[in-house]
Each structure stands twice: as structure tokens, then as C-alpha cells.
Ligand binder design. Sequence first.
Ligand code: ADP
Ligand code: MG
Length: 560
Amino acid sequence: MAKKQFKAESKRLLDLMINSIYTHKEIFLRELISNASDAIDKLYYRSLTEGNTGLSREDFSITIEPNKDDRTLKIIDNGMGMTKDELEKNLGTIAKSGSLDFKQETEGKDDIDIIGQFGVGFYSAFMVSEKVTVVSKAFGEETAYQWESSGADGYTIKECEKESNGTVITLELKADTDDEKYSEYLDTYKIKNLISRYSDYIRYPIQMMVEKQKLKEGSEDEYETYSEMETLNSMVPLWKKNKSELKDEDYNNFYKEKFYDFTDPAKVIHTNVEGVTSYNALLFIPSQTPYNYYTKDFEKGLQLYSSGVLIMDKCADLLPDYFSFVRGLVDSQDLSLNISREMLQHDRQLKAIASRLEKKIKNELLTMLNTDRDKYVEFFKNFGLQLKYGIYDQFGAHKEVLQDLVMFHSSKEKALVTLPEYVSRMKPEQKYIYYACGETTEKIDKLPQTELLKDKDYEILYLTEDIDEFALQMLRAFDEKEFKSVSSDDLEIEESKEEKEAAEKQAEESKDMLSYMKECLGDKVTEVRLTQRLKSHPVCLTAKGGLSIDMEKVLNSMPV
Ligand code: ADP
Ligand code: MG
């Protein structure tokens, strides 16, 4: 039989995939088990919606079958299975995810928690296998098919025998080398270990025949071996477990698998709340900005479960926009399973949960700021912009929540500082929180307008983002100290009597020159006058009224 070729780009991709996407070969098992679980979910979903499958939840399981004699490992499920077409489509095209298609079709419906969506997980099997064989029978079909491949050189599909629906994946493990002992994956101990590490919360039992020993009947010291089917996963979702049972690694693995990130989260928030509304929440702050975060494609939201059953994949109402970077899930027994999206929006319980989560997230961020500043600064570089938009958004309705969390570059510290920190360092006679705007902190540092303030040893906040000044204007003041731009007309710095008199005298003497200059400049300026704020520069521009020159620039550049 002629071998079919993988689609051209697939060949290269496959190579790349096998050798670079995954750092740990062992995750192949996690991927195949996730696929099995997805396939069962699909069938279970159908049994719920169509009700004519004659199946119930207890009928489903995943079985692992190692065979040391012929060096094979089988992963067996009794899920949806694949037709010939689907085998071709899903396994013959890399990055083709049948699960993603399915997920899109069933968006937001009922008891369904599809893990796959990248369409590359299956190929991880080739990291450890010489050859992979997939025997599958789609639910409700008569014929079963066998897909077989030894990697990049293509695959074959042929008819075969299989009694019931589902899929059997057989891996012929690669020969051991000095560096890699592939036969390890046939050890009961190793398999148990991998499953509890990566697949513990899979909601269907993952079973394996395990050899055990018991006393021989009638004997007191003679043992005999027997085999017994053992369930290897606890099936309890991670978030329902006790915090004390869980290690960082458990959370990190869970996060990476569930939210498709390659890096550990910067922060994990796990909370169990008992009360009028009880819920478990497991939240993560990513350590990197998602590639589409600051675009309109980004969709915020937390997964919403009702007693362990997923009811919505991205529940936006659980997160305010300014914390939209948070990923994770909420599970509450107090929410009804068949609640609709529209009803959810008005749900009192949900509102209560959202407002508690908001407080929790804020507190966790403050704790991070106070106990692990480097980490917070890193976080702020990723998501600080969003917090500043949050202050400006909705006419400042949320500024109370956010004002302690935002940071700006400081002229003194040469680093990001918070507003409370700035205020705590203010000079006794200093009335305002001063700020200067510009493209970069280096450029701002050279502004003539900053000279007098620096001379007075006042700290200045250097604002480099367009949103910064708008956010400060929205705050108006922090700790009753108003903000003042260095380019504003009057810096309102206290002067001594002598200084004042000297300045007035000088102004009087220069009157003619100043009015001549104003005459020359005409409408370009409102006024030309002497200032005490410059030290080494001859002249600078200032703005009258609330808007700084830079803010006017931003406003002028906006489309009308
Ligand atoms: P993903 O799981 O991200 O969609 P995979 O490469 O892991 O991508 O799998 C590709 C597709 O193959 C899946 O989306 C699914 O449609 C199909 N598939 C894989 N394993 C099974 C299985 N055990 N039973 C049924 N379909 C499967
Ligand atoms: Mg998968």
C-alpha cells in the first residue's frame, strides 16, 4: 500500500515539534491521556444532549497497558473514536485540532471541558516512539480503521477489526540509548508517577493492571502475586484539593497545561471561601504578556464551574477590565448548572464572587509589591499599562482600587516607584507631586523645566506613556497632594521674601525686553516672562491651565 505523505509543511513542522516544543519527553503521556479524555468528553456530551447513547458517566475510562516483552505502551479509551476521514484530517495534518473545531461548535454548552486545541499534542508520541499505531472506531460506525506512522516519512490508513467504539494508541518505544531510557515508560512506578504529576485531575478513571502481593491462603509467610486493575488518578480537581497538599510544581503544571503557557505563572492565588456564597478559585498571573494582550482580540474571563462541571469557558463578568490579565477558574456549588449567559450577568452570587475576587487580587498584588519588589516590577512591566488605563477608565470610578498599585519612573530613584513612596519622601514644604512627560526617561531628565525642582531636591515622576498623564489627571491628587506638571505655568514653590523681591526687581528691569520678545513671537505664545526655575538653560516653554504641553500633543494626535 502506498504511503501517504504528510502535507508538505507538516513534515518540517513535525521535525521541529518533536525536537523543540517540548523540553520533557515524558509529557507525551499527558498529551495522549488528555486526548483520550477529550474523546470521552465528546461522547459524554452527546449522551447528555441526545440521550440515546445508552451511556452514563460510569461507563467511561482510560486504560494504560504497558508490555515489556514487545516494548509497547497502549493508551486505550472508549470515547468518541475517529472515522477514516477524521483520522486523516486530525492526525495527517499537524496543527489541525479536531477538538478546537468541536469546542467552537459547542461554545459554552453544558458539561464539557475539552483540553486540546493546539493540534500538536498527538505528535509528542514520536518523541519516544519508533512507530505509532492508532486503531479507532467512531461511535455509531460499523468499520474501524488503523492509522500507522513511523514519523516524518508519512502514514498509512487501512480498515481493521475493533469491537467497540473508542481508540487504541500503540506506541512502539524507541531503543534505549545512553542518554534516554525509553523502556522506563513501561515501569509501573514511572507510569504512576507521570499520571499523578500530570493527569491527576482528569475526570475519568485512568486504569492500569498492577501487580500486587498477598499472603498465600493458609500461609503466614508465603506470598503470591496477583494482578488488579487500579485507578491511578484521584479525579479530584486540583482546586478542590487542600492547599497544604499541593506543591508549586502542581500548580505550575496545571497552569501550563490548562492555559497553554510555556512559562510558570508569576503568581498563583488559590482560595476557598465558605459563606453565603461558597466557592473555590484558582487564579494565575502570567509571567509574560500574552501576545495579543493589548489588542482587541484579547478576551478576558475566568472559567466558571458549577460543582466541578464547566459551565462557561470565559466568564468576563468575573474580572474587571483592569485585572483582565488574570487567568484561572472559579468553582461554586451555589451556581445552577443550566444558567444561561444572560442570566449570569444579573446573578447576585456571581457579582458577590467577582467583587471578592477583585479585592483578593488587589491584596495579593500589594503583598507582592511589599514582599517581592523585583517580581512586582516585572509584573508591572507586563501589565502596568492596563492598571493605568483602569484608573482613567469610567471617569475614574476605580481609582481607589488602583492608585496604590501603579508605578512611575522616579528622578531620584532612577527606578519605578509608587505614589505612597513618593509622598513619603516629599519635603516638608513641598506642596505638589511633580511630574514631567516625554518620550524616554533620558530625554525627560534633560528638560530645562526640571532644573529648579532638582535644585530643590524634589522628586519628579517621569511619565513616558501617553496614558500616564491622563491617569494622574483622573486621580487629581494622591493623599491630598495634587499633581503638578513641571511645564505648568507656576510651579508654586515657596520663595523667601528676598528671593521674591529680587525676582520682582529683575522683572521690572527687563520689562522692555520681554514685551519686545512677545511682540516678535506674536500669537505663538501667550506671554513672555522671567522665571526662577531655570539654572543652566536660557529658556523653556510652560503651559497655562490644566493641560500640559504633552497632553495637548496626545489630544491633538487623536482622531476626531
Ligand atoms: P489537540 O488535542 O490539541 O486538538 P492533538 O494533536 O492532541 O491536538 O490531537 C489532534 C486531534 O486528533 C484531536 O483534536 C482529536 O480530534 C483527534 N484525536 C486525538 N486523539 C484522539 C482520541 N484518543 N480519540 C478521538 N480523537 C482523537
Ligand atoms: Mg491533544
